[in-house]
Write a protein that binds this ligand. Structure first.
Ligand code: PLP
Length: 383
């Protein structure tokens, strides 16, 4: 039975989203930037999508720029956000950020921007004392993710934004894993820049958005055709943008229902695993987490072996190790929480969505425990 529990990697596109996109692959193939009505009429569809995305995060439509996804939004926020207001060169981010932020930060450090890295507590939550220490009068931008992709731990970004603002820095959040799963409000949380990505909440891949607070001036980051008020040039990915808008509209409507459903199923999965797999540990159990994410350490059993065997049974999950397939490095997210390399290599991430069913959870609870037991017997580690 195919069981897809890897929704933090990507989600299934909602059929309603596909329906909304289809006309733009067929009859409505015009270029929204054209002079003639056949093309230019499509700007209306783009503006509807902009409104739908804005509504999901409490923004004004004029504050939304469409991008190719989370990675582009993160790169842009960091490259162009540092010191956009103040001219201050310093960047502060956390050790558990997605590589789209962390590697960009490393690149910027090489280019001469002083970089401060904020530690996390053993729960996986950002250590606010460490944040206070890293933010200096020289800091131009603070970037802290809203929710972690591996652990699902939700960060106190409102407080983080306050610390940034007190020091005269801008605040960016990578909300790629949070948007569509939990409420996010840019005004309430004091966010200056926010990244989101459609494929994490039942929209298409290759499209996302960057929220840029009204009044904040960033330099144009793609030069050419003057689309997106000259900020991000390039012919509109109209089908993608319409799909993102529809996914945002649906997420706004179903967010509470989906959270209720996934948290019920997650609780069932976690308690079943803890009961049937002695020695299993839920990562970040003491922290506030996304309603859809659980990373479990099956101590004594290497995750690679588990992944291979459950894949044969049609179960799709992922290990806690670095995103790139084939990487055997332990997850830096887990080791930065104080988890040993040996234990980090036993991590499996389960991430659910509104399409996850009771039957799928039952199936995992039927298939997984005997696999763990079998592997434990031949494991070189002891529990
Ligand atoms: N940020 C986080 C927290 C993510 O989980 C991901 C994707 O896994 C990204 C950024 C990158 O987003 P995209 O796949 O849209 O480039």
């Amino acid at each position: 039975m195919k069981t897809y529990l890897d929704n933090n990697a990507t989600t299934r596109m909602a059929p309603e989203v596909l329906d909304a996109m289809m006309p733009f692959f067929n009859d409505q193939y015009g270029n929204p930037s054209s002079f003639h009505t056949f093309g230019s009429a499509l700007t209306e569809d783009i503006e509807i999508a902009r409104q739908q995305v804005a509504d999901l995060i409490g923004a004004f439509p004029s504050e939304i720029i469409f991008t190719s996804g989370g990675t582009e939004s993160d790169n842009t926020a960091l490259f162009y956000g540092i010191g956009a207001d103040s001219g201050k060169p310093g960047l502060v981010t956390s050790v558990v950020e997605h590589p789209a932020v962390l590697e960009t930060a490393g690149y910027l450090e090489q280019a001469g921007h002083p970089l401060g890295l904020v530690k996390v507590k053993s729960s996986g939550c950002v250590n606010m004392d460490s944040l206070e220490e890293q933010v200096t009068p020289n800091t131009g931008l603070v970037s802290i993710m809203k929710a972690n992709n591996e652990t699902g731990v939700i960060m106190p970004i409102r407080e983080a934004a306050e610390i940034a603002h007190r020091a005269g820095a801008l605040f960016h959040t990578d909300a790629v894993q949070a948007v569509g799963k939990i409420p996010v409000d840019v005004k309430v949380e004091g966010i200056d820049l926010l990244s989101l990505s459609a494929h994490k909440f039942h929209g298409p891949k290759g499209v996302g958005a960057l929220y840029i607070r009204k009044g904040l001036k960033l330099n144009p980051f793609m030069h050419g055709g003057h689309q997106e008020s000259g900020m991000r040039s390039g012919t509109y990915n109209i089908a993608g943008i319409v799909g993102l808008g529809k996914a945002a509209e649906m997420a706004r409507y179903f967010i509470a229902e989906e959270a209720l459903k996934t948290s019920y199923l997650l609780e069932k999965l976690e308690s079943g695993i803890l009961k049937e797999c002695p020695g299993a540990v839920i990562v970040g159990a003491s922290a506030e987490r996304l309603p859809n994410t659980a990373t479990v350490l099956f101590t004594g059993v290497e995750s690679e072996a588990v992944l291979t065997l459950i894949d044969l049974s049609g179960i799709c999950v992922s290990s806690g190790s670095a995103c790139s397939t084939g990487s055997k490095d332990p997850s830096y997210v887990l080791t930065s929480m104080g988890i040993s390399v040996t234990d980090a290599n036993t991590a499996i991430r389960f991430s659910l969505s509104m399409y996850t069913s009771d039957q799928e959870i039952d199936y995992v609870l039927e298939v997984l425990p005997p696999i763990i037991e079998k592997l434990r017997k031949i494991s070189p580690y002891t529990v």
